[in-house]
Design a protein around this ligand. Sequence first.
Ligand code: MSP
Length: 477
Amino acid sequence: MEKKFYISTAIPYVNAPAHIGHALEFVQADVIARWHRRKGEDTFFLTGTDEHGAKIAKAASQQNLPPQKFVDGIAEQFQELARALNISNTDFIRTTDQKRHWPSVEVVWKELQKKGDLYEKEYEGLYCVGCEAFITQKDLADGKCKIHGTEPEHIKERNWFFRLSKYESQIREALEKDILRIVPETRKREMLSFISEGLQDVSFSRPRKDLAWGIPVPGDDTQTIYVWADALVNYLSVLEYPDGKKFKKYWPADIHVVGKDILRFHATIWPGILFALNLPLPRVIFVHGFINVGGEKMSKSLGNTVDPFQLIEEYGADAVRYFLLREIPSAEDGDFTEEKFQERYNADLANGLGNLVARVLKLVLNAQPPIPKSALTPGFQKIIDKNKRACDKAIEEFRFNEALVFIWNVIRYCDRYIERERPWEKHERQEKRIGNLLFAIQEIARLVASFLPETSQKILQQLQTNTSQPLFPRKET
Ligand code: MSP
């Protein structure tokens, strides 16, 4: 039987339109998904939208729209973004989907209750609507949330609580022993140090009178299920947990891709829920950093977002994918500026990959030589093999920016080879030289396939039909 592979992104809130921070996560997960699919694995790639909670209810009311209507519009935009970026997701789950998502959430709730892991308690504390989380003084600077720069709400209410503390040692052990592996290692240490301060039980519901936009607590319609207890279950509900065939086939998830701000939920609450349900834990959580603008996180709340649709329209999906994967170190923060984008575009895509393909195709346009099965010169083949291996290893270790460097090594090698060998000149080795280049371009097309799917196809097609069209027209700055 084919090996299965299950990967997910976080599901973005639909309080505001998507920005390129969301695009980064889509694209990183897509590279992994495509790469596993190319290895022949039966790949399930999930993304979706997180549509309940205070933040969204507030955004809808600010627009004077009924919440459902409001979320329908923005969820559609996120789906549109996935399409525009050529994301190869197998499914898209929406937490407002009462047929597909709600039943699993209700089953999870009832299971937790059966287990004795839910109890009622009067709660008093701070709540950040931006984070959709109960926070403490430690999360504040000058009385404001460190991430959102907004003042938290003071809340005093009766809630259902989840006994997360009960699973503290099991969770710690799972992280320490990499049963649930957190990549990069620095984030794992961060989580272990967070857990070492003690895991508190978490509020899993809000009073319905204060927050009606969400899934009602089964058997207690005065309460709404807390948005994270609802959202995390998306990874199961899409597989039709508990009885679905897909659930039996694909669970546990192989990789959850998430941003650093939400690792805490994925590395504590989520394994806690799964332990309570007696389900195996996901194998890996890959944590990426933020796209910043001038050192600050790009976010709607800070008003510094960059619209991915505009960039895609102007430069094409692959150019946007390339920038995000090459310029932002996969597990760290990186800055977005239009200048950097143009620089990368012109240097690496127009003058680099695009120019090489055009040059080689020009050489073969009339000759129509067949593409050899391997490079005709062993030294040439060695360079390709070496970088291919390094590229694969980098993808496996989530170092996408480095993987691209290895591919671009091959491109640069070809450029230098052309300068040195002058394959346009009549020479007894001319055929060999062109053959090497033809083979290399085909290999480059395969190497970039997970990163730049459209470009990869175009190159292969141009090779087949011996036609040449610019892949990345140069942009004047
Ligand atoms: N709804 C929750 C996730 C629930 S998963 C069960 C959420 N939504 S979000 O819209 O705020 O963020 C969605 C993802 O996008 C997160 O992984 C988050 O880290 C990521 N990003 C949001 N802004 C980002 C940047 N500026 N840069 C990179 N990624 C960012 O959290």
